[in-house]
Design a protein around this ligand. Structure first.
Ligand SMILES: Cc1cc2nc3c(=O)[nH]c(=O)nc-3n(C[C@H](O)[C@H](O)[C@H](O)COP(=O)(O)OP(=O)(O)OC[C@H]3O[C@@H](n4cnc5c(N)ncnc54)[C@H](O)[C@@H]3O)c2cc1C
Length: 305
């Protein structure tokens, strides 16, 4: 389908904000989303660091409002998984898994990132049998149980604090000598009697026959041990959702796309914004800001065409 000024891939905060800006510029824009408009933020219990909400805001409320605001401005949003982007001299084509193809002069890639695996024995086999990647979505199965959270960044500590409301005990296992989460989250975790933080700790394997029964760890100067746990929450970083872009764009080791300050990639008229771009600190406010920059850049490029 042609006749669009821009195609946006991904309906999280970055894509919705880019769409808002372009729709308000009265451009004909389509946003394609493969799972949920709003993206994974829709599942987060509370976002406390998005400006403008003194008491924090539920992820669902925040991104539902973003989607409504963009739709009210005139953004067209369709379900569709993009599997290919082609670059031609005068336009770009975006191909969806059902074969539908859209063309436009500008493409904005805002497909975000997904949680990385630890790649330890037992992890693949026990996925969905006690190993989870989202405390708010899947933590309910661990009421009055013991869990381990792998990763001491913001996502890991937020997850640990949430799980501590449900579980009898939460171990936080961090490979580095110190946690990496914001100081305010570290303070809350340290003050929570249900949370035990273990830094400089390497996860060796996940143990269990048909479901998670324990997590094997190693610490400097100590024998390997198995902590008996019923569940494992994995937050050890993210990998960008860019498999389908290999060959078109240069990707870094996390699969992220290199952009300049205007969110332009190395390929003219293809922009990238949010968690998917190199150097992103993985924050909703930054993704929204990137989306605004991408929208403004796209509008300037369209004016020059
Ligand atoms: C557990 C957890 C808690 C977090 N808590 C906070 C917090 O409190 N505060 C904060 O600021 N940040 C938080 N973050 C980070 C925040 O979620 C991200 O920075 C933000 O969502 C990035 O927005 P985005 O639009 O770039 O990508 P996303 O929100 O990931 O959206 C990308 C969208 O693109 C879609 N997509 C991907 N590939 C395709 C394709 N090929 N075709 C079509 N659609 C596609 C995806 O389905 C998704 O909906 C948290 C992250 C995690 C994992």
């Amino acid at each position: 389908m042609s006749g669009y000024d821009a195609i946006i891939i991904g309906g999280g905060p970055a894509g919705l904000t880019a769409g808002l800006y372009l729709a308000r510029a009265r451009r004909r824009v389509i946003l394609l989303e493969k799972e949920t408009f709003g993206g994974p933020v829709i599942n987060y219990e509370r976002i406390e660091n998005y400006p403008g909400f003194s008491e924090g805001v539920s992820g669902c409320e925040l991104v539902t409002q973003m989607a409504e605001q963009a739709a009210n401005a005139g953004l067209q949003m369709e379900m569709g998984e993009v599997v290919e982007v082609e670059n031609f001299t005068s336009c770009r084509s975006v191909v969806c898994s059902d074969g539908t193809t859209y063309t436009a002069p500008i493409v904005i890639i805002a497909g975000g990132a997904h949680p990385k695996s630890m790649n330890v024995p037992g992890e693949d086999r026990l996925k969905g049998k006690g190993i989870i990647h989202c405390a708010f979505c899947d933590g309910g199965q661990f009421v009055d149980k013991v869990v381990a959270v792998c990763g001491g960044g913001d996502a890991g500590i937020s997850g640990a604090l949430y799980l501590a409301q449900l579980c009898t005990k939460v171990y936080v296992l961090e490979f580095m000598p110190k946690l990496n989460a914001s100081a305010i989250l570290q303070e809350r975790a340290a003050a929570n009697p249900k949370i035990e933080i273990m830094t400089a700790t390497t996860v060796v394997s996940i143990v269990g026959e048909n479901s998670v029964e324990g997590i094997e760890i190693s610490r400097a100067g100590a024998e390997k041990t198995v902590l008996p746990v019923d569940g494992v929450l994995v937050h050890v970083g993210v990998q960008a959702n860019t498999d389908y872009l290999e060959g078109l764009l240069t990707l870094d080791e996390q699969g992220r796309i290199k952009v300049n300050q205007r969110m332009e990639t190395e390929v003219p008229y293809i922009l990238a914004a949010g968690d998917i771009r190199g150097g992103s600190p993985n924050q909703v406010v930054i993704a929204a800001g990137d989306g605004a920059i991408a929208g403004i850049t796209a509008e300037r490029l369209l004016q020059q065409l």
